[in-house]
Design a protein around this ligand. Sequence first.
Ligand code: HH2
Length: 261
Amino acid sequence: MGIVNVTPDSFSDGGQWLDPVLAIAHGRELAGEGAALVDVGGESTRPGADPVDEGLERERTVPVVAALARAGVRVSIDTTKLRVAEAALAAGARYVNDVTAFRAEPELAGLVADRRAECCLMHMRGEPRTMQDAPRYGDVVDDVKAFLLERVEFAISEGVREECIQLDPGIGFGKTGDHNLMLLRRLPELVALGFPVVVGVSRKSFLGRLTGREDPQQRLPATLAANVLALAAGVRVFRVHDVAEHVDALTVAAATLRGHA
Ligand code: HH2
């Protein structure tokens, strides 16, 4: 899953793809590099980010979604808002990536069901503005699992088909560095729930703290290490900024795990 942030304030590429012409070209490039899905977002979820008004979020994302879908790219819309998702699906998106797992606008589940779209249900503690204020868990993996299962139940009760659901532990969303590392170490427990697991570690700050890389753009080697191990743990979807590099690394890692080309 390649990332296209049509935002001025995303943590690692804010402002780079705010111009729709550049965002469309970037999405096509990521698809050309091998992304099976391109995730288009118009609102940053970085800790402390300000919410974006629905109209503006639609203006940023829908033209990009429409152009990519027209070009044959499979598109995901990264939004928590019903109206934005509705417009994006009408413009050709096939996947809804809602970091609140249908908690912000529960009607979003019915929309996904209706349009027979796929969706990612992600764990987040609280909301972006406050999620990093002293996050605490009993057992972080057990808590995330229980949350995700509850959201699966909700989605299914709204008509979303089981085979359309993917799960994501929400790396960096209301977690300390150690919470993130424990979730990554125990990914097989999430994989065992039986749904495809998505992880989004790309360039995130816990990698910067581990490596001393303050510039998010310099966190590619750290991101590759985490994603290769996630592949070995059974993860199937990797939400990344750097697609070409991940295709190489994951191709070699997957062949090695199989023991043949
Ligand atoms: N992480 C980010 C945004 N959306 N969606 C899923 N499913 N999983 C994630 O881990 C995830 C996500 C944050 O990364 P990014 O989009 O690069 O930054 P920003 O939210 O600042 O735009």
